[in-house]
Design a protein around this ligand. Structure first.
Ligand SMILES: *Cc1c(COP(=O)(O)O)cnc(C)c1O
Length: 461
């Protein structure tokens, strides 16, 4: 299985190399050269199998020769054994023909665990074979960092450094990053904003001497292996609701477009998905792009669903690549225009995107009211990201079953939930002692040299 860059000018790679590279060298994102198709019978045969078995069957065709079959099964098993629900991604019913897929039973209570736990295992297996050591560095506004730390804690051959903005993440998010005891985990509280964290990480990747010396690796949401891991739960949910004999629709609370792009891949593989609905909060660049054709960032407005507060939705580039007939130079040109302020999607590409994706948005008041409404109607507490999805999904209900992705546990965002319903959501039993565990964190200045020095010292131990 070959992977090509969305900008058409980077080397074609196999699965393992594309996973370890993250970003392509021409600045593009890796996508499969051809998306493998599952037959009607193969999809029907997923009914009743475990999540792990479904994961194996759905992902296997994308790997080529990268991992032995038995080894891959093993790694999938280890990735999901720490989840707090036997179904891994269970469905609950919210209303007539409307279902929630709970993606928050992983160790950090957000859907990012599905991908991060698996790539932790894949990286480990790959590095053990080559004897290489790497340093994973990431910036986070909360969820990605904790998921990465959980995935890499205690693994050989990997050190993980996560930069988060000091004083600007929720207490649950901070504690999830600062309480792991393993000495390959390094939580760094940067004196600055999330944008500063992201800029310093980018600087490190552009400092080639440093990058090579420490074996820098990226696990942000543009990593193809992360997208692939998320394809699986579209299959398990749809098959539970009658696919391939019956169509299913999905609504996805969207930020960087990684999660919904996985749904797009599932559809490309033959899963009968009717609508794929993009749900955005007040940071609605994708909604505006899909309705007007103008992709124009206009500054992040902080919201109560912070994991969706984005200016530029990185994985959207993958959808554009297909909408432009897989013309890498056309995509490269759009991204050049984006760097100067924005671009207009061509009429043909826009029509193609509109045939594939619907979209909607929720204001802050609508998000809060949805948390309240759903709680009083069903007794179910939802996180603010999920509430954005539910509000938008309700505008698209019909004869086809609708699944809204519940991307985080309500207890991860207790303040927003308590403000809406006056009820403080409880942490699951298995992490009820989170507030008693000792914290370990290093404060760092917003200074590249200081951060690089610290990383070099830590990995030399
Ligand atoms: C990351 C995240 C999102 C957005 O997902 P993308 O793949 O970036 O679109 C939504 N909700 C939660 C809780 C998240 O952590």
């Amino acid at each position: 299985m070959n992977y090509v860059s969305t900008r058409g000018a980077a080397p074609v790679l196999g699965f393992e190399a594309a996973m370890l590279a993250g970003l392509a060298r021409d600045g593009g994102l890796y996508v499969p050269e051809v998306v493998p198709v599952m037959s009607h019978a193969e999809i029907a045969a997923l009914a009743g199998v475990s999540y792990e078995e479904a994961a194996y069957r759905v992902m296997r065709p994308f790997l080529g020769e990268a991992f032995e079959q038995a080894e891959f099964r093993n790694l999938i098993g280890r990735a999901y054994e720490g989840f707090g629900h036997a179904a891994r991604a269970p469905l609950v019913q919210l209303g007539p023909n409307h279902f929630l897929m709970e993606l928050f039973h992983g160790p950090t209570l957000a859907f990012k665990d599905f991908a991060m736990q698996l790539i932790g295992q894949l990286f480990q297996a790959s590095l053990a074979r080559s004897g290489r050591r790497i340093t994973v560095v990431g910036a986070t506004s909360g969820d990605t960092g904790s998921a990465a730390i959980e995935a890499f804690r205690g693994l050989n051959n990997v050190d993980v450094f996560i930069l988060y903005p000091h004083g600007r993440v929720s207490e649950v998010q901070r504690r999830q990053m600062t309480t792991p005891k393993e000495d390959n985990v390094h939580a760094l509280a940067l004196h600055g904003t999330f944008d500063d964290c992201q800029a310093r990480v980018k600087d490190m990747f552009n400092d080639f001497a440093f990058r090579d010396a420490v074996g820098l690796a990226g696990v942000n949401s543009i990593n193809w292996a992360r997208v692939l891991a998320q394809v699986v739960y579209y299959f398990t949910a749809a098959v539970s609701l009658g696919a391939p004999h019956r169509k299913v629709s999905f609504t996805v609370p969207t930020g960087n477009f990684g999660d919904i792009f996985a749904g797009y891949i599932a559809r490309g593989m033959g899963l009968p998905i009717d609508k794929l609905v993009i749900a955005t909060n007040q940071n609605d660049i994708l909604y505006r792009a899909l309705t007007t054709g103008a992709y124009a960032p206009d500054g992040v407005k902080p919201s109560i669903s912070p994991s969706m507060d984005i200016q530029v939705s990185s994985n959207f580039e993958r959808a554009l690549y297909d909408a432009y007939g897989r013309d890498g130079s056309a995509v490269a040109q759009l991204m050049g225009e984006l760097a100067l302020g924005g671009f207009a999607i061509s009429q043909g590409a826009l029509e193609q995107l509109q045939q594939t994706f619907a979209s909607g948005r929720a204001s802050e008041a609508e998000t809060e009211f949805t948390i309240e409404r759903i709680y009083y109607a069903t007794g179910v507490l939802i996180c603010p990201h999920t509430a954005v999805g539910v509000k938008v999904a309700e505008e698209h209900l019909g004869a086809v079953p609708m699944v809204t992705l519940a991307t985080a546990h309500p207890a991860k965002f207790p303040d927003a939930v308590a403000a809406a319903v006056g009820v403080q959501p409880a942490l699951p039993q298995r992490m009820a002692d989170l507030f008693d565990r000792p914290e370990r964190v290093t404060e760092v200045p917003n200074d590249l040299g200081a951060i690089e020095t610290l990383i070099r010292e830590r990995i030399a131990r």
